[in-house]
Structure formats: C-alpha cells, structure tokens
Design a binder for this molecule. Structure first.
Ligand SMILES: Cc1cc2nc3c(=O)[nH]c(=O)nc-3n(C[C@H](O)[C@H](O)[C@H](O)COP(=O)(O)OP(=O)(O)OC[C@H]3O[C@@H](n4cnc5c(N)ncnc54)[C@H](O)[C@@H]3O)c2cc1C
Length: 382
C-alpha cells in the first residue's frame, strides 16, 4: 500500500516542531499533526533552558539566532534557591537563556517549521489510535479520518496516545509530580534576570516565581506524590498556591498583584529510569518519552534534543530501508548515552532530598562563596 507520508509527527510542541525542522532536507514527506490550533497554551514554568538554544543552533545557526532574537523572551542569568527567608543559594550562568510564555515560544517554533520546511501541517487533528503493521503505521483521528505513514514519531506529550498504543505494557512509576501554574502581574521584589525557587518543606514541593516581560511573572507550585503511600490526604494545589502567596513570607509581595487568566495544573512525566522509547516503525520524544529532569523539572531542552536525535535515526532507517525495532533501538541507546547518566544522578539526588529533607537545611546553613556554588552547579550540570 502507498503511504500518505514517510513520517507522521504527532504533537507540535517543542519536541515535534524541532523534529520537523531536523527532518528538513532529508527528502522525506513529513506531516506535523496537533490536536490544537496554534498559538496554543501549555502549562509550564516558561523557563527555556540554554541547552534548547544549542539544540536548534545545531540544526542551523540562523535558527538559533532567530530563537535568541525572539522578542517575547526575557533574558535570565541566575536562579536564587530559597531554603528559608534567609538561607538562599544563588547561581549565575553564562549560557544564554530566557523565560517566555509557552503560547508565544511554541508558536515561534511552529512558525519556523511553516516558514523553513515543506512539512505538511495538520491542526485540530486529534490522534485517537495508532497501529503498526509490518509495512506502515495507521493513524486514526477523532474526526474519523486516517493516514498511513512509514514511521510515526510520538511527540504528543505527557498523555501520549502513541506511547499508550505502541509500547508494550509499561510499569507505572510510583512517584508522580504534579504542578500548577498561574500568571501574575504586579508582584513586588522581583529581581531582574533572576528566577526564584522556594523550597516549602512542610509539603515536599517547591514554589517558583519566574519573571516574564512587561511586569508579568509565571508563578507555580510543584509537588512530589508518592503513589504508594496511602496515608496522605489529597492535596488541592490551587488552595495550596493561594495559601503560599498569602503566607507571611509572601503576602507583602503579592498584596497588589493580580492573577491573569486561569490557574491550571498539569503532570510532569519525570525521568525515573531508562525505558523503551522506540519500536517497529515508531519513536517517542520529549514528555512522551518521560524526558523531564527529575530534580529541576526542565524538559523543553530535552524534548528538543530528542527531536533532533529522532530525525537522525529516521534518516538512517530510510537510507537502510530498515524500520525494525532492532534498528530503532539505536535511538534509545543514543538518548541514554547523552542524557542517562545526568538524569540518573539527578533522580538519585531528588529521592535523597525527598527522603532526608534535613540535608537541604543543613546544606543551606553553610555559607558557600559564590565561586564555589557556580563551580558546583557547572560540575553537576544542574
Ligand atoms: C507546571 C509545569 C512546569 C514546567 N516548567 C518547565 C520549565 O520551566 N522549563 C522546562 O524546560 N520545562 C518545564 N516543564 C516541562 C515542559 O513543559 C515539557 O517537558 C515540554 O513541554 C515537553 O515538550 P513536548 O513537545 O514533548 O510536549 P508538549 O509541549 O506537551 O507538546 C505536546 C503536543 O502534542 C499535542 N497532542 C497531545 N495529544 C495529542 C493527540 N492525541 N493528537 C494530536 N496532538 C496531540 C498537544 O496539543 C501539544 O501541542 C514544565 C512542565 C509543567 C507541567
């Protein structure tokens, strides 16, 4: 049977759009498919990590330049991690990075795909089911339509249909992270170019204030949930966020601030172990492959890198006309080689700090000169 597309990328977030950009020039007929129409929002902290710029620049330096020159970004050069009001660690970096509302950032990447590639764009098309046959993959959509593609790339986020349909039964993780995000205007005491993370020890989570352009700030709260523990009462993140902003530590800063738009929650499929992210005629990228750093919660950069690496793998599969799961496993290995050691180490640290929160308090009590903090962050690639 003749296929409609060589490659069908499901999901046009950072992973999917980057994969489409990376496939440009390989002589393949590519479709980029999303259930939403762009621009669309995505619940996130909106901190675009420096490594995301490296991923796009690797494809084409002018794309990296355009991403840097993007006018909705607010340059960020440091983070302040508060263990209490007085105990704070500050880290300053040199790698270019900014904060940008995802509705703008993702739209920028999506427009880049439209302008710079021959990708076929299909919006408002929700994948309902995907099946892999020996010769092609069939994608069925909620509007009743279907397409056939030689390869499917699952970039469809945390609740990936591609993953659910094509990965053989997976053990669910016992640890889950959920987070809530609100946009505020008029918070006092925001330092230029500095993201704030406040560890709230009473609830095993952290509260962030990430500044954005024009006096806006992305404010959120993330919580680790041990699914195996039945003794915890369910937590309402919205209520908790309100309690934090009205607590004595923050009340004055939020006194005249206003919430803009809806306050929404979403889950973070953090990396917990090496898992299968490919198979016969398919690959997974970004959140669909659980590529979120477990310690810091960033996933935009990892998603974009996986999009680049998936495109390299697909190019090789077409050259060799081999789409077997055996051939695809080279992608799993490459991903693990690039990110596995760092993510494993951060998962270990995250569990250590969750188990013994006192460690963080002890660390924060010491005075570390700025040079040592920066050296440590660079060495640990935090
Ligand atoms: C509260 C929160 C805060 C975060 N903060 C940060 C941060 O500050 N920095 C950072 O780097 N990361 C952060 N992350 C993680 C980051 O948001 C993700 O890692 C990143 O969005 C992954 O990109 P993606 O392209 O893989 O998936 P997504 O961005 O989720 O994109 C998936 C796309 O697939 C589409 N889709 C889904 N299902 C279907 C379907 N069935 N059919 C068709 N299309 C479909 C969706 O519409 C969407 O456009 C945060 C996450 C959360 C939840």
């Amino acid at each position: 049977m003749a296929v409609d597309f060589d490659v069908a990328i499901i999901g046009a977030g950072p992973s999917g759009s980057t994969c489409a950009l990376a496939l440009q020039g390989k002589g393949l007929k590519v479709a980029l498919i999303d259930k939403e129409a762009f621009p669309r929002d995505k619940i996130c902290g909106d901190a675009i990590p420096g490594s995301a710029f490296k991923a796009i620049s690797r494809l084409r330096s002018t794309w990296g330049d355009q991403m840097k020159a993007f006018t909705h970004g607010l340059a960020i050069t440091s983070i302040a991690i508060f263990f209490s009001k007085r105990n704070v660690i500050r880290y300053t970096w040199k790698l270019f990075s900014y904060n940008s509302k995802r509705i703008d950032f993702d739209h920028f990447l999506f427009q880049l795909v439209k302008k710079e590639t021959n990708t076929h764009i299909l919006e408002h098309k929700q994948l309902q089911q995907v099946t892999a046959t020996p010769d092609y993959c069939q994608c069925l959509f909620s509007d009743g339509s279907s397409i056939h593609a030689s390869v499917v790339v699952g970039c469809d986020g945390a609740y990936s249909v591609v993953k659910r349909n094509l990965i053989d039964s997976e053990q669910p993780d016992s640890l889950a992270v959920t987070a809530i995000r609100a946009y505020y205007k008029g918070i006092k005491g925001i330092q230029a170019g500095c993201n704030e993370a406040h560890l709230i020890k009473e609830v095993q989570g952290y509260f962030w204030i990430f500044p954005l352009r024009d006096g806006w700030a992305n404010v959120g709260f993330g919580l680790f949930k041990n699914k195996n523990r039945k003794d915890r009462a369910p937590v309402n993140l919205r209520t908790l966020l309100e309690e934090i902003t009205q607590s004595p530590a923050f009340a004055d800063r939020f006194k005249d601030a206003t919430v803009e738009g809806k306050v929404n929650g979403f889950s973070l499929p953090i990396w917990t172990r090496q898992r299968s992210v490919s198979g016969h005629r398919f690959l997974l990228c970004g959140d669909a492959a659980s590529l979120i750093d477990p310690l810091q919660g960033h996933g935009i950069d990892l998603g974009m890198w996986s999009g680049v690496m998936a495109a390299e793998q697909i190019g090789q599969c077409f050259t060799e006309n081999d789409f077997s799961s055996h051939r695809m496993k080279a992608y799993d290995r490459a991903l693990h080689q690039k990110f596995g050691p760092e993510l494993s180490r951060n998962y270990f640290l995250m569990r250590l700090f969750l188990r013994f929160p006192i460690l963080l308090r002890v660390i924060s009590k010491f005075y570390f000169p700025k040079g040592i903090i920066n050296w440590l962050f660079v060495k640990l690639k935090l």
